[in-house]
Design a protein around this ligand. Structure first.
Ligand SMILES: [Zn+2]
Length: 298
């Protein structure tokens, strides 16, 4: 194992790693404040907090596998009106800004649910998908096959099927921390295969030994040492992650303009003279009175 005595990391990060002289690379993600900020925005049931934490980590890991400027979101959308979980989404952009939000019904169903798997199952009929929004170029959406109610399993399966890249993915949350690890086998040369024929088998077995509480309690260097201390692991500088929202006054004005002048004034009337557009992600409230609305439509 490479010397990591000088390992430095921010509080919340995505930490890339490579197994030296091999086509294996991966990332470890750790979120603290960002995760806590997200789950404090609504009175979420315990199981949804766990699911949102895993989705945040998944989005942060998956965007690390792409070379794009833009954002990636992991989304769940129910097509069943009665399901307790209506939708959920988490996204991360190339600067490391993350945010997440879920829509759910306050039902007794949630009382006995504590795990992300249980929350996922409560989507009922519906889809899991990944959206990629590059700053330039077309957005892309991929439907992820629900091979189980385990988000990590579904996403790893998707990477293997769609990108043809064998992928290991583990996600976990505690009350305060959301963490995870992604490991990928990039295309191998014949020489790679001859040099180390059981590389992927070995990486899979080692990675499979990580426990959920280790993913939330340990830092990346400790996780990587714990798993791969017999391998040569290279660890470049970590990328910082933080909670951040993409809402803005301009976007709210755009939404009012979409309504049209008359409709906007009607809505204003219905709301007692102040129209407030609240952002569910960050809690920011964009307020419009009659003067502001009239100015927009000049
Ligand atoms: Zn916002």
């Amino acid at each position: 194992m490479t010397d990591m005595t000088n390992f430095q990391h921010p509080e919340q990060y995505r930490q890339r790693f490579f197994i030296e002289n091999s086509p294996v690379r991966g990332d470890v993600v750790r979120l603290t404040d960002a995760y806590q900020t997200v789950i404090a925005k609504k009175e979420y049931p315990t199981a949804i907090k766990a699911l949102l934490g895993e989705m945040l980590v998944a989005a942060s890991l998956l965007i690390g596998t792409l070379k794009i400027n833009g954002r990636l979101s992991v989304q769940l959308q129910s097509s069943d009106e009665d399901s307790p979980l209506s939708w959920a989404m988490a996204e991360c952009d190339h600067t490391g800004q993350v945010r997440a939000l879920a829509g759910f019904k306050h039902t007794d169903d949630w009382q006995t649910a504590t795990t992300s798997r249980q929350a996922f199952a409560k989507l009922g009929q519906g889809v899991l998908f990944i959206s990629i929004h590059p700053e330039r170029g077309e957005a892309y959406q991929g439907i992820v096959e629900r091979v189980s109610d385990d988000l990590a399993e579904c996403l790893a399966h998707y990477q293997k099927q769609s990108a043809q890249i064998p992928t290991l993915l583990k996600l976990a949350t505690s009350d305060e921390v959301a963490g995870g690890i992604l490991v990928q086998l990039l295309p191998q040369t014949d020489e790679d295969r001859e040099n180390d024929p059981d590389l992927w088998e070995r990486m899979s077995a080692l990675t499979g030994t990580i426990k959920a509480d280790e993913l939330t309690e340990l830092h990346a260097d400790e996780i990587l040492y714990r798993l791969y201390h017999e391998e040569e692991v290279a660890i470049p500088e970590a990328s910082e992650l933080a909670f951040g929202c993409t809402c803005s006054a301009e976007k709210s004005e755009g939404a009012i303009l979409q309504l049209g002048h008359e409709e906007a004034l009607n809505a204003l009337d219905a709301h007692g003279g102040v129209l407030a557009l609240d952002c569910g992600f960050c809690g920011e409230s964009y307020q419009f009175d009659e003067r502001k609305i009239n100015e927009l439509f000049v």
